[in-house]
Design a protein around this ligand. Structure first.
Ligand code: C2E
Ligand code: MG
Ligand code: MG
Ligand code: MG
Length: 281
């Protein structure tokens, strides 16, 4: 059909809006293909203590690896996966792969702490979410105590009362919860106090300028103090230099992730990375 249009076809591909549409279709097809073949890739980023830079846990981050094209990042395919509903299947494959890797590492004594998995909006509101997660943990023989789920402020604030119910259910199963990208949404403090969470992750945006404007530093200091008053752990995201790490440490933020310590790594590279003492990274 397209062939018959000849010149129009050429014009079609020169139009940038249509190019975006074509790219979207390509990414969607690749995502479907990867899900069908169970080729979804999971990378792992270490979480470290800011006191001694030692490894304390990890976060699983999904990648879509397309043969011949390279790696597509979540910022491009997660919104698309949400819109098409593919996110449910994707999320389950990521969780399963993560549990499988983690179980092996725990058994071998390679890894301590918890592995964090990000939950999307659509996954979070599934009526049988807890049951599905527990089934995967059970099938992969990983104790729920090794799992932490990261949920963004935006997602929980859509329906905070319902979110509290879901989070309570997950907590009662032994799964820890972290509020991700904190500071970018608009959690009311009244709700924050009621959310059954264990960890607050300070968004990279606050870390970027922590040694610049007083305002950003004061903001982080307040968030850390507030979180500690509520008995929460605090993790800073996106730490890229030692100046940021030492300021965060001075502000009593105890944990961090970021390229300074490690980028997200393949499971093989991750094991290599954490088997080397922190001082010589
Ligand atoms: P997030 O959960 O806040 O993850 C942190 C993001 O920051 C990751 O990007 C990570 O690679 C990146 N990052 C870590 N350290 C640094 C740093 O020092 N500098 C910079 N510039 N970036 C850093 P990534 O992997 O591209 O993921 C982006 C977002 O996509 C995640 O943000 C999360 O919201 C979502 N995501 C990733 N994996 C999954 C998944 O399996 N399921 C769902 N539902 N969402 C996911
Ligand atoms: Mg996260
Ligand atoms: Mg985050
Ligand atoms: Mg983020």
């Amino acid at each position: 059909h397209a062939k018959n249009r000849g010149g129009h076809n050429y014009q079609f591909f020169n139009d940038s809006m249509n190019k975006n549409a074509v790219r979207r279709l390509q990414v969607e097809n690749q995502l479907r293909l990867a899900l069908r073949n169970k080729h979804i890739q999971v990378m792992y980023q270490p979480k470290v203590s800011l006191r001694n830079y030692e490894f304390v846990g990890l976060e699983a981050l999904v990648r879509l690896n397309i043969p011949g094209t390279g790696v597509i990042n979540p910022s491009e395919f997660i919104p698309l996966a949400e819109e098409t509903g593919l996110i449910i299947e994707m999320g389950e494959q990521v969780l399963r792969q993560t549990c499988r890797d983690m179980r092996q590492w725990v058994e071998q004594g390679t890894v301590q702490g918890r592995v964090a998995v990000n939950l999307s909006a659509k996954q979070f509101v599934q009526p049988d979410l807890t049951k599905r997660i527990m089934a995967i943990l059970n099938e992969e023989k990983l104790a729920p105590e090794y799992l932490e789920l990261e949920i963004t402020e935006g997602v929980v604030m859509e329906d905070p009362e319902r979110a509290i119910e879901i989070m309570t259910e997950l907590n009662q199963c032994g799964i820890h919860l972290a509020l991700d990208d904190f500071g970018t949404g608009y959690s009311s403090l009244a709700y924050l106090k009621r959310f059954p969470i264990q960890t607050l992750k300070i968004d990279k945006a606050f870390v970027d300028d922590i040694n610049g404007a007083d305002r950003d530093r004061n903001m982080v200091a307040s968030i850390v103090a507030m979180a500690h008053n509520m008995g929460l752990d605090v993790v800073a995201e996106g730490v890229v230099n030692t100046a940021q790490a030492s300021t965060l440490s001075r502000l009593s933020c105890e944990f961090a992730q970021g390229y300074l310590f490690a980028e997200p790594l393949s499971s093989e590279a991750f094991v290599q990375h954490i088997s080397v003492p922190a001082s010589i990274h």
